[in-house]
Design a protein around this ligand. Structure first.
Ligand code: DGJ
Length: 543
């Protein structure tokens, strides 16, 4: 499968791995200090920071992008790339980052009106003045980026708005919203829906009588409010992308989504109505062709819900990018599924400052997520090279799992999730038979990582909390019996040509940091820890 590498630097694919700062950190560059530190802990190459409409256009028509300049300067100093988030008409289904002159003028900048006539603090996508004001500000911002950064490409992408949609209503019941609700559903949209069997919106359309024409409620029944709002917001944002790309065509623009599936799963109550979710994602893809991708903010800890989100947003026409996720242990594990099985082209944690304690150290609760990020950061060129080829395998120690079997072509890979014997219970160095670097520092943790098959006899392994053993499938039967009978022989008889720890340099070339042999391979198999980078293993094919 060909992966669409939306993010590029100097024409080459780039994998953004990093964090997003908390919502208000970007107001003051000094407040970003904690974030810079946190980004070092996870070995990030990219940081996502919001740019607030209220800050850059405090008075209508007067722009000040000095804060953007400062962000670019600070990122460059640290050799980080930036993804800037345009917090404007929508921020989590509200209008909280619009300038005061917008907030204070509801007669000109129309808000969403609920079914009982209340105006809520969400701008209406049906109001032309809203779009026009956002467009002007967005274009000034993009023009500024173009002039300031086109040659350096410190800013690698722009997120348009943040989790757009309406919180508090399924649609705008005001005059403009009502006019659009009662108008005919565009025939091209009905045509596309009718042809896309298997799509959630196709099922809705069928349940409502498969009508070939009609108003939104006639065609989509009780789903009409949400679907019409999705169409309207997607067109609004696509219009911003068109205007922005006329100025800076090379810069990718994406939209992030607050996922559905929470509590009662009601649009406008449990997630913003009109956002790109299960029932509306296809509408968004059709209505917003100038948006490079739609990205899920995945905070779901449970394995199944996490995978469902990856599945939904990774499609031929939409590579998976995770702009926000939690700093939880579940994410430290699940992220490997996103990288291996769903070919995620970038991955970020939200509220990155939270992983740093008051004294500047990494908080103990964040060690797992930081470890996973550190391990991945050493292997980014491998992701770019092997995603989509079926050669990247996720290793994840789900609950109750003690081992995992991998089918690695000529080899069987046996992954063992080990238990570390507490240092205090060990009798002495000689009896430990554990020759991993710093065994005293090892902790029990859920195994996780990646096994990447680079060639028939060549592998890269990374992660934490597991050991990999390899066995040739066509080995003589008696040898197989011997290795099964004796775990020691199982490790001892593997015919390695080379086992080495290392990373990749700026050009993507492999750099060996340390060779392993003897005890370091005999006693513990191919073991991984975040701080050893990637382990490169070449086996002998001569016999
Ligand atoms: C998702 C939003 O996109 C972020 O800006 C932030 O509000 C987080 N939720 C908080 O969990």
């Amino acid at each position: 499968m060909k992966i669409s590498r939306v993010f590029k630097v100097n024409g080459k694919p780039f994998f953004p791995l990093g964090g997003q700062v908390k919502n208000s950190s970007g107001y003051n560059p000094e407040e970003l200090e904690t974030a810079w530190k946190a980004l070092e802990y996870i070995r990030a190459n990219t940081v996502e920071i919001p740019v607030f409409w209220e800050q850059v256009e405090p008075i209508e028509g007067q722009f000040d992008f000095s804060v953007v300049d400062k962000l670019i300067e600070e990122a460059r100093k640290r050799n980080l790339r930036l993804i800037l988030l345009w917090f404007a008409t929508w921020k989590n289904g509200h209008m909280k980052y619009t300038p005061e002159w917008v907030k204070r003028n509801p007669a000109r900048f129309k808000r969403v009106i609920t079914h009982d006539g209340e105006a809520i603090p969400t701008l209406s996508s049906h109001c032309k003045a809203n779009w026009e004001a956002d467009r002007k500000a967005f274009c000034s911002f993009i023009k500024h980026l173009y002039e300031k950064d086109k040659d350096n490409q410190t800013v690698i992408a722009v997120q348009i708005e943040n989790e757009p949609g309406i919180v508090g209503s399924d649609r705008d019941y005001g005059p403009e919203g009502d006019r659009d609700f009662k108008s005919s559903v565009p025939s091209v949209l009905i045509e596309l829906i009718s042809e896309k069997e298997g799509s959630p919106v196709h099922s809705i359309w069928k349940q409502c009588g498969s009508k070939k024409e009609g108003s939104w409620p006639e065609v989509f029944g009780r789903w009409a409010g949400e679907l019409m709002t999705a169409w309207s917001i997607a067109r609004y944002i696509d219009g911003l992308a068109v205007a922005g790309k006329e100025i800076y065509p090379e810069i990718p623009m994406y939209v992030n989504a607050w996922l559905d599936g929470g509590e009662w799963n009601m649009a406008g109550l449990n997630y913003p109505s009109g956002s790109p979710v299960t029932s509306t994602l296809d509408i968004w893809k059709w209505a917003a062709p100038h948006i490079d991708l739609i990205a899920p903010d995945i905070y779901r800890g449970d394995h199944k819900a996490y995978l469902n989100a990856c599945q939904l947003y990774s499609r031929e026409d939409n590579p998976l990018f995770v702009p926000e996720s939690g700093a939880s242990e579940s994410n430290a594990l699940n992220m490997f599924y996103a990288l291996a099985d769903y070919n995620a082209i970038g991955y970020h944690i939200f509220g990155i400052e939270q992983i740093v304690d008051d004294d500047g150290s990494l908080r103990p609760e964040a060690e797992k997520i930081a470890g996973s990020f550190q391990a991945v950061s050493a292997a980014l060129p491998l992701l770019i090279e092997y995603q989509g080829t079926g050669r990247i395998h996720a290793v994840v120690q789900e609950e109750f799992k003690s081992m995992q079997i991998l089918d690695l072509g000529r080899y069987v890979g046996l992954v063992k999730f080990y238990q570390v014997v507490p240092h205090s219970q060990k009798l002495g160095a000689i009896s430990w038979l554990d020759y991993r670097h710093n065994p005293a520092k090892l902790v029990n943790e859920r195994g996780r990582g990646l096994v990447i098959q680079a060639g028939e006899h060549e592998f890269y392994v990374l992660g934490a909390g597991f050991q990999l053993f390899l066995h040739k499938k066509d080995a003589p039967y008696n040898m197989l019996t011997a290795t099964q009978a004796s775990p020691f022989l199982q490790r001892e008889l593997i015919d390695y040509v080379r086992v080495e720890e290392g990373c990749f340099d700026e050009e993507g070339k492999w750099v060996t940091i340390r060779r392993r042999n003897g005890d370091e391979t005999d006693f513990n198999g191919i073991w991984v820890q975040p701080d050893v980078g990637v382990v490169h293993v070449v086996l002998n094919d001569a016999i």
